[in-house]
Write a protein that binds this ligand. Sequence first.
Ligand code: FES
Ligand SMILES: [Fe+2]
Length: 388
Amino acid sequence: MTTDIRQKVVELIGEDGLAQAFAPIEEASGLPNAAYWSDEWLKLEQEHCFRRAWVFAGAEAELPEPGDMKPIEIGGVPLIILRDRDGTIRGFHNVCRHRGAKLVTEPCRKPTLTCPYHAWSYGLNGKLRSRPHFSGPNVVDKFEDGGGDKLDLMEVRCETWNGCIFVNVSGDAEPLVQWLKPLLERTGQYDFSSISWAGKLDFEVNANWKLVYENYMEGYHVFCVHPKLLKFAPMNVRWSGEWDRHVFYNDYIFPELEEGRGEGLPHYPGLSEEDAKRGLWFLCFPHFAAEVFPDQFSVLVSYPVAPDKTREELHVFLIGEAATSDDYKQAREATLKMWDDLNREDLGMLELLQQGRLSPAYDGGRLSPHWEGPTHDFGRRVIERILS
Ligand code: FES
Ligand SMILES: [Fe+2]
């Protein structure tokens, strides 16, 4: 099996492509163009990187009431995330057990899940409840306690952490809190139980999902692409960051608070003076990127749609009542705007990176050993995951 996958990888990116992903940074290149343009390569990533890991599936606050549900695609698999009657967040495969119609196509609030094709009806716990006309005209099959393994909706492993919903499609990832450990170990001084969801931004990116994170990790492009961010945190406070197990970590100390980052909003309780001027950012492989500033926890996640199309969501969590109270409306909006402006500065670059990878003359490039070690490592991790 593993040999088959290795063969497939070599077929798609070549022995050279494989070797350059594992070479030391001084001699290394990024992944070959095919890793950014091939449908087959994306299928491998969906199956091995996305389905087998914990993947962020939204904020609990997007589903405030029982019966709130939304469709989402993770690792190419259509899913439903919903809030059950008892308040539990659950995930199900978004497919009817009868003829396989997709059940939910838009975020909505409903007391049951009723299939639009022949009206099989499921409870919010996924159990089949009724099947009109199935056994003959005007006969309704009713199920008191569900229909069992072959008829109830298929549940997907789903856990929450301080308002964030995560899904593990394969069902065999380590427990969520353990998976988050490398992030949590570096953030012991932050009381994440104080965060609440303040809103989200949606972006459509005409680029491969990996480019989003390769760009996210390196501060090298800041002097050229982000004039405002450069003022906030100049090049000399930046470093390359590093991987710790499956989590990338980077940070800096910035000289002054500014609107959108720390100013005018409450901070985490009990932060030291130094931490009140620290920005940290993480990437839990493959796609859960989180930024911690004294006043927020912000999440940037990318969902591949096609090799050159990515859906991106940016969720902002603030401290206590800052997330919802009118008193903080202006500062809250300024924070969302800051992220919107910053992210849009990157989008144009991501499209150029994607387009550049149509050139057969590009071989993965030369990378900066000072800044881009972790970026190079990201590509290696994608391959390792596919091969493991
Ligand atoms: S496909 Fe859902 S009820 Fe027939
Ligand atoms: Fe950027």
